[in-house]
Design a protein around this ligand. Sequence first.
Ligand SMILES: NC(=O)c1ccc[n+]([C@@H]2O[C@H](COP(=O)([O-])OP(=O)(O)OC[C@H]3O[C@@H](n4cnc5c(N)ncnc54)[C@H](OP(=O)(O)O)[C@@H]3O)[C@@H](O)[C@H]2O)c1
Length: 329
Amino acid sequence: MKAAYIDEPGPPENIQYGDVPTPSPDGSQVLIKVGAVAVNPVDTYIRNAPFWELPKPFIIGCDVAGVVDAVGPDVENYKVGDRVWGSNQGLLGRQGTFSEYCVADECWLYPTPDGVDDENAAAIALVGITAHLGLFREARLKEGETVFVHGGTGGVGSAVVQMAKAAGARVITTGGSDEKVAACLELGADAAINYKSEDEGERLQELVPDGVNVFWETLREPDFDKIVAALAPEGRIVLMAGREARPEFPVGPFYVKGCSMSGFAMFNASAEDQQGCSADINRWLVEGKLCPRIDRVIPLSEAAEAHRLQEENTLGKVGSLAGKIVLKP
Ligand SMILES: NC(=O)c1ccc[n+]([C@@H]2O[C@H](COP(=O)([O-])OP(=O)(O)OC[C@H]3O[C@@H](n4cnc5c(N)ncnc54)[C@H](OP(=O)(O)O)[C@@H]3O)[C@@H](O)[C@H]2O)c1
């Protein structure tokens, strides 16, 4: 089968597109004929400097959607021909998804609802599960509360905006251009701040004088003075980016307000937790409350270019992306 893979960690140029053996499913694994995959920033970190030992060759990528082509002897929930989506491949030493076929344990797979195509199912996979875990497991979001998230057209941000709205919250977010601000409002945000032309702190103060209940930080360099100042009493901070960040922290303002903070990495969430997220995601996809924000769909053979583009946006902040890069074999 064709796959996008690396033999050695390094820059996007290390990604090769060529023939590798087609895997076969074992135990509770499912063989998926891949319809679409999507890029996440973590794919680029793993390609560049893996956090764990990789199979060799290592097929890149976490997210996948497609059709069950074969099942291992212990599979209970899927049969040949079923449509599935999933994430959490290509992580913790597992083989990735950027290939014509991939295997995944059935515990990391979810049924794709009728009417949802593979592009959309792949695009929501990792970012959707992340947004769900952060809003509901970590921040314990309640109806009527206010959520702020940086990057309303980003992969995670666009999912946070829509899920928080689906849960009955008020949502404020940011965009780096007037077009992105408009796109945030189209996604359902109640307000969106152009962080390049407006003072974010001032605008937040005008919009939510009493402070936000949940501040979801997607940036890799959190500014805790600004974050804590923006929080309501007993506000919650969600952190999930910036492994290298060592920012200053305003201890007094944080505890005097009774705030709390949680951090998480979605790939450490149990299969049970991720299954719970997938049920809401599927329901909201069907109800039209969740529309993955796809920037572009390109052939799988362009995986190296996709990594370059993702990297220059997430790390280089060039602002040329507004949503997910989806690839099709
Ligand atoms: N812990 C986890 O489980 C987990 C899961 C998923 C992702 N992550 C991490 O979360 C981060 C975001 O991931 P992603 O997939 O959403 O990335 P992404 O699609 O590249 O989005 C990044 C967003 O950040 C915004 N942004 C950049 N600089 C900004 C600034 N100064 N002020 C306001 N917004 C700014 C961009 O907005 P504009 O385009 O408008 O400039 C863009 O929307 C990455 O570091 C990723 O590794 C962690």
